[in-house]
Design a binder for this molecule. Structure first.
Ligand SMILES: NC(=O)c1ccc[n+]([C@@H]2O[C@H](COP(=O)([O-])OP(=O)(O)OC[C@H]3O[C@@H](n4cnc5c(N)ncnc54)[C@H](OP(=O)(O)O)[C@@H]3O)[C@@H](O)[C@H]2O)c1
Length: 282
């Protein structure tokens, strides 16, 4: 698997179509705009215009349609992003939409929709890419994985990776099966972090602190920054916090036991990956 961070200059001449401007779609639209992609090169298909989208539209002169009319549109997107819910995809696609895909790479972030399934829906497209990401895309801090249909050239792949890099780190894989594991670890990952933080806050409150949220977030942030700036692996940093017979060691003897945090996480992630595989079967 390779991680890529590309420059964005090459995207200026691309034309984008975003299908579905909900949580994910709107984050992507904001990333495009903040990276100076011209609004006339972004066509949005969204059936329900939220207040946030309305505001973005009026600030940037965005083009938003409820449905595509191929003959009158005269718009040829080079990258189409599918960002509707899995059960909304079939009903979002009609003949006019399909005609639009003739010169496009179709990039799907829709959970559970395999490349083989997408190829059937978009037989005329110049290629399919299946990706998965996570909610920090709203701060351009997403973690994404992408798998391309074999026929997509390296040049086209790089353009799509450049696009996805606008909203965070992108990892390319040749194994589509890894997407289920990615979903289980990193797609759901923010929820695991929130659970950990929420648990610490509640315990801290119970033990009598009034400023628990601030203290917990500062501990998290400080630890993350230390991990990023240190040449040591997290495991070594953990060792540095504990001393023999000390308080950290007492706590870790429970967290690292055979019923401890790592074992529980492993079980949880395996269950999530299975769920992801099951959902892909539908
Ligand atoms: N949220 C995450 O953490 C996450 C992470 C990675 C990937 N994803 C994937 O990203 C996709 C989008 O997720 P989301 O959280 O952004 O969902 P969402 O907020 O529900 O956004 C989907 C948007 O598409 C609109 N839509 C539905 N049918 C349409 C149609 N025929 N034409 C135009 N617009 C249509 C929906 O409108 P209505 O509300 O009126 O239906 C909604 O505004 C999902 O497939 C999900 O699997 C999500």
């Amino acid at each position: 698997m390779s991680t890529t961070n590309h420059n964005i200059g090459s995207l200026k001449k691309e034309k984008f179509l975003i299908l579905g401007a909900g949580n994910m779609g709107i984050s992507v639209i904001k990333s495009l705009l903040s990276n100076k992609i011209l609004p006339r090169n972004i066509l949005i298909i969204e059936k329900k215009i939220s207040l946030e989208l309305k505001k973005l539209k009026s600030q940037n002169n965005l083009i938003i349609k409820k449905k595509i009319n191929y003959e009158s549109e005269r718009y040829e997107p080079s990258i189409i992003l599918l960002a509707v819910k899995p059960n909304q995809l079939q009903s979002s696609i009609d003949n006019d939409f399909e005609k639009l895909t003739r010169n496009s790479i179709v990039v799907s972030i829709i959970a559970g929709k395999k490349i083989s399934y997408l190829k059937n829906i978009f037989p005329k497209s110049i290629g399919i890419a299946r990706a998965m990401t996570n909610t920090p895309v709203s701060l351009n801090m997403g973690t994404s994985i992408i798998c391309f249909e074999n026929k997509v050239s390296r040049k086209k792949r790089n353009i799509v990776i450049n696009f996805m890099s606008l909203f965070g780190q992108v990892n390319e894989t040749k194994s589509e099966k890894l997407i289920d594991n990615f979903t289980a670890i990193y797609g759901s990952g923010p929820a695991y972090v929130y659970l950990f933080v929420d648990s610490l806050i509640k315990i801290s409150n119970k033990l009598g602190f009034k400023n628990s949220k601030n203290m917990t977030l500062q501990t998290l942030l400080g630890s993350v920054l230390l991990m990023l700036s240190s040449k040591h692996e997290p495991e070594e940093l953990k060792r540095k916090v504990k001393s023999k017979g000390g308080t950290t060691e007492a706590a870790l003897s429970i967290l690292e036991s055979s019923e401890g945090m790592q074992k529980m996480l492993e079980r949880a992630i395996k269950k999530a990956a299975k769920r992801s595989r099951d959902l892909s079967k539908n």
